[in-house]
Structure formats: C-alpha cells, structure tokens
Ligand binder design. Structure first.
Ligand code: FAD
Length: 385
C-alpha cells in the first residue's frame, strides 16, 4: 500500500519505519523546514524502548540512553533525601531498561533510519479528501498527493484531527510552566546515575542522565497561562520561584544556558475515542495529547506505530476496517494514561495542597516499591509485553 504520514515527529517517523518494514511505500510530509522538538530530552520508558528495539534500533537507542540506575526524591527546601532506591526491580519486572535520551539525537536517529529522502519538509497539510478508494492530502503550497491510507501524526495542534472529528477539541491548560534543557552532569547537583527530583511548594526540579555526560533538567512551576516568555529573564525568574531552595537547585539554575532552555506551558486534551474516518487515522499526540507527568506521550506514539502497522497487515475487510481495529486497540489505553498523567500532574503541582502534602509526607517513608509499581503499571499493557 501507499501510505502518507503527516508529521515527522517521533510518532510519524516510528510509524514510517514500522510500515516500511512491512513493505509499504511511505511518504512523510512535515510542515516545518527544520524540526525543533519542544523539549531537550525525553524519558523513554521501557515500553518505548521495546518499540524501538522491535524496529531494529536496539543498539542505537542504547547508545543514546543515559545510565539511570536509581531514583530519588529530595526535599527541595532542606535538601534532605526523602527516598532513594534502585530501579533494578523495575528493569527485572518489565525486561528492559528505560532510557532518557536527547530529543535531537532521537529525532536524527529516526530520520536516518527512515531515510531523509522520503521526508518532505516545508509541506503544511491544509485539507484531506477521501473518495472511498483513495485519500488525497492537500498542502499549503498547492501541491497534493494521493495514497491508500493517510496517517495524521501532526501533533497536539493536529489538522488531521479536525478533519476526523469535524471540530477541534480544546487544549486544556494543566496549570504549570515547564523549563527544560541540558547541563553537564555534576555531582554538586545530583549523583550521575540517578533520576533526582527536588519537590516542595507544588514545584519540582528534576535531573536525569542522558548519553554524553549530560543531565536533562526540568523545572515545573504552577503559574497562570500566558505570562511573558523572555529568554533573558529565565534565570532571574527561576531564582525567584526557587528562592530558599537547597544549594544544588541554585547551582543548577546558575549553570543552565537560557539560549538553549525551552519554556513550555503544559496542556492536554480530554481523551476522545474516534481516531479514524475512512482511510484516515490519527497517531501520537494528534490522537492523545497528554501532560508529560508520567513521561508516556512519546512512548504511546511509538506503541501506536507498532499497532497500526500490525493492524494494516490484515485488510481483507478493507483498509477502513484495519484502521478501526487499530483505533480500538489503542484508544482506551491511551485515554487511561492521559487521565493518569493528569492526576499525577495535579498531585505534583498542588492543585489541592492537602493532597500534595500527604504525598510529600509519604515520600519520607517510601522504599521505592509503590513508585516502581506505578511506573510498571504505565509500561504494562504495551503491544510488546
Ligand atoms: P510531535 O512530536 O508534536 O510531531 C508532530 C509533527 O507534525 C511536528 O513536527 C509538526 O511540525 C508536524 N505538523 C503539525 N501540523 C502539520 C501540518 N499541518 N502539516 C505537516 N506537518 C505538521 N513523552 C515521553 O514519552 N516521555 C517524556 O519524558 C516526555 N516528556 C515531555 C516533556 C515535555 C515538556 C513535553 C511538552 C512533552 C513530553 N513528552 C514526553 C511527550 C512527547 O513529547 C510527545 O508525546 C511526542 O513528541 C508526540 O510525538 P508526535 O510525533 O505525536 O508529535
């Protein structure tokens, strides 16, 4: 079959790879001329890594992945460790290490594997038409292309979603702003092989190792939507938001490079179950836009890619039927995870101060088993279990 994919993010390229491996002819169209991911890095939990392994990228993803052996929560104000534990039980439970990776490196790796020649940049999809036999993508520059199937992997602001649903669901502001970037690993910030998270006042500061001796860092601060985004102000603002916090947090703020730091107002979309219309289907954030609080958005896009390719292997009842089977295998799992992330988001960011205080109190006596159980529950149910 000929398949058009709209969007060359991690979802679109993973789907492209999965479909190409099964012999389909795949063309990817991407709106921007240079792909700049919204974040510096991403934690690929074991389910995401399993998807990349399945696509034949076992060695490549391992090479990009940071050595994250343990996890700790630290009281942000006092700097005292609340809980610290090995992630080995997690690895043994699901059979695969998680890998925090640089987004730019992941994107480059997927692009190289898929083949940059089949990715057309600077092509913004504006409309879709489906005559029941073939589907046509129409682009802003007047160009069009026709295929058997069209996959909308065009992210949280998806145009294809509007075509499928006949309306655009609103993005919901989750109530906090996230700053993220990369710094050199340094013991005066946190141990090199640990995912360390400083918590307090409904805020969060986190570092996790990626390859190349770097920490992926992020700061979360509950704030109103729409505040000015002025790069030269990032450090001053972070110093004021984290005034009185422990020395490693101040050190981290001193070391960030505002020029390469991203500032993101975090949103999600209320889960919806219709992902397909005729020969067109959604994949990744276009179908399930989530807050990043359980680190599953990108991993779910990769799971979608595997299930989509598998579903299209059987199209004796038609392509439309294969896409509905794909949708039905994916929409409940991703809806559950979007709502789980939203719940985690609210606890972490003090939507209800008493609930967040109870969480902090519990961290002092946590031995890791509850946290690992929660992460394993997100990973389980993936198509490669
Ligand atoms: P995108 O990566 O958004 O790609 C969509 C592509 O489509 C873009 O390149 C866009 O330019 C293109 N496009 C859009 N419209 C058009 C059009 N009309 N025509 C052509 N092209 C178009 N996930 C995890 O798994 N782990 C994490 O640790 C994690 N951390 C995160 C931290 C933050 C701060 C944020 C914001 C998200 C995080 N996520 C994480 C979520 C993850 O980034 C997304 O789920 C993932 O990027 C979705 O991939 P995608 O391919 O569906 O969409």
């Amino acid at each position: 079959m000929k398949v058009i994919i709209i969007g060359a993010g991690m979802g679109g390229l993973s789907a492209g790879l999965a479909l190409k491996r099964l012999g389909h002819e795949v063309t990817v169209y991407e709106k921007v001329t240079e792909i700049k991911p919204v974040g510096a890095a991403i934690s690929l939990w074991s389910n995401g890594v399993k998807c990349l392994n399945y696509l034949g990228l076992h060695a490549q993803v391992a090479a990009l992945g940071g050595q994250m052996d343990s996890m700790a929560y630290v009281d942000g104000l006092s700097g005292k460790t609340m809980t610290e534990f090995s992630l080995q039980p997690l690895v043994e439970s699901v059979g695969q290490r998680p890998y925090p990776v640089s987004r730019a490196a992941l994107q480059q790796m997927l692009l190289e594997q898929f083949g940059a020649g089949a990715v057309h940049l600077g092509m913004a999809l504006t409309d879709v038409t489906d005559d029941g036999h073939q589907v046509t993508a129409h682009f802003a520059d007047g160009h069009s292309d026709t295929a058997d199937v069209l996959i909308g992997a065009d992210g949280t602001h998806s145009t294809v979603r509007g075509y499928i649903l006949g309306q655009q669901p609103e993005r919901r502001y989750a109530g906090y702003v996230n700053w993220n970037g990369l710094v050199d690993i340094a013991q005066d910030i946190a141990p090199a092989q640990q995912w360390t998270t400083f918590v307090g006042q409904g805020k969060r500061v986190s570092v996790m190792p990626i390859a190349g001796g770097r920490f992926y860092f992020f700061f979360d601060v509950p704030l109103p939507k729409g505040l000015a985004n002025v790069r030269s102000e990032y450090q001053r603002l972070l110093r004021s938001y984290f005034e009185g916090w422990a020395t490693p947090v101040q050190t981290l703020i001193d070391r960030i490079d505002p020029e390469t730091t991203n500032r993101v107002e975090i949103h999600d979309i209320e889960p919806f179950m219709t992902w397909t219309k005729g020969r067109v289907a959604l994949l990744g954030d276009a179908g399930h836009s989530t807050t990043p609080d359980i680190g599953q958005g990108g991993c779910q896009a990769m799971e979608d890619a595997i299930v989509l390719a598998t579903a299209l292997q059987t199209n004796t009842l038609g392509v439309e039927d294969a896409l509905v089977r794909y949708q039905n295998r994916r929409n409940q799992r991703t809806a559950d995870l979007v709502l789980r992330a939203r719940k985690r988001c609210d606890v972490t960011h003090a939507k209800d101060a008493a609930v967040t205080q109870a969480w902090y109190d519990g961290l002092w006596t946590e031995d890791g088993s509850n946290i690992i159980r929660g992460i394993v529950a997100n990973i389980e149910g993936n198509p490669l279990d």
